[in-house]
Design a protein around this ligand. Structure first.
Ligand code: OXD
Length: 309
């Protein structure tokens, strides 16, 4: 029984060590070079280039080391019946919600404006907007979106959420479907994207959609960069329709050196750091799922391949 860790080294090194510590009976390889292909039964990965999967004839399981699985599901040679699992980590959900709140409060309290003023040596006070008058709309009410919505509601923001089916979360107004999306956007001052990336959500935040937000709305993205048509977002900010955006995810990470995102004064850009999943949990879940797959038992957090998350 063997696991192949196929991840960028900043994740691969700690996760490999934890797998070895938690399951001394399982062989764990960090990187494809070391692995014996005929022995690999599970791969932990973020994305899989074409040609990787067919090299492992005994593969039973592909484990994402993250909440999002879009890069894994995009592998052209991922067999239809290959189980894929993702990470569901309450600690990560809380961390992402904290990050989103920090960005939202930075916006409502105008901390970016004060940072600019300080560079100019300017002492000028602004009256911030009351939270109770700042309407939040959360796109996607999965585990992460629900936690984000819950935290906004807990500190007094009016909150709405858009999801495939109504979630009935306390203090969160439900919106569904295309009409629901338009209706929610029209009454959203801070839009937060926590959607999974699927063919249906790819590129959905284009000029037409974002322009439905009221003048002066703010956008926070902790979903995926591909949800947004970046040129449309920047144009709406430059035209003054949107106040700005906090982006933690990008279609290309890191963005190209000449991407305007690096220097745009109304964009807060961070390198996909909203919150990582716990590496202990990643290791633990992969080991447990490999044992379950071997025994033919149901897997934890198995992705619905049809839904794409
Ligand atoms: C992700 C994660 O899916 O960090 O981006 O979990």
């Amino acid at each position: 029984m063997a696991i192949l860790v196929h991840l960028p080294s900043f994740m691969a090194v700690p996760i490999t060590a934890l797998l070895r510590e938690q399951a001394p009976d399982i062989t764990v390889w960090n990187g494809r070079e070391a692995a014996v292909p005929e022995e690999v039964e599970a791969i932990i990965a973020w994305g899989l280039k074409p040609g990787v999967l067919p090299a492992y004839p005994k593969l039973r399981l592909v484990c994402a080391a993250t909440a999002g699985v879009d890069k894994l599901l995009a592998a052209p040679d991922l067999p239809q019946d290959m189980p894929v699992t993702r990470i569901v980590d309450p600690g990560q959900q809380t961390g992402i919600a904290h990050f989103v709140l920090a960005m939202a409060l930075r916006h409502t309290r105008e901390l970016g404006v004060y940072a600019e003023q300080r560079h100019r040596g300017e002492w000028k006070r602004h009256r911030g907007r009351a939270l109770s008058r700042c309407r939040v709309g959360v796109l996607g009410l999965g585990e992460i979106g629900s936690e984000v919505a819950r935290m906004f509601a807990a500190i007094g923001f009016p909150v709405a959420g858009w999801s495939r089916s109504p979630k009935h979360l306390p203090g969160v107004a439900d919106f569904t479907g295309d009409d629901g999306l338009d209706a929610m956007l029209a009454q959203t001052d801070i839009l937060v994207c926590t959607l999974p990336l699927t063919p249906q959500t790819n590129g959905m935040l284009d000029r037409k959609t974002l322009a439905r937000l009221p003048q002066g709305a703010y956008f926070i993205n902790v979903g995926r960069g591909e949800h947004v048509v970046e040129a449309d977002l920047l144009a709406l900010i430059d035209e003054g329709h949107l106040a700005g955006a906090a982006l933690d995810v990008f279609a290309k990470e890191p963005p190209a050196a000449d991407d305007p995102i690096w220097t745009h004064p109304r964009i807060e850009a961070t390198p996909h750091i909203a919150a990582d999943p716990s590496y202990e949990l990643v290791a633990q879940q992969c080991i447990e799922n490999l044992r379950r797959a071997r025994d033919g038992r149901p897997l934890l957090n198995q992705v619905d391949r049809h839904a794409g998350y």
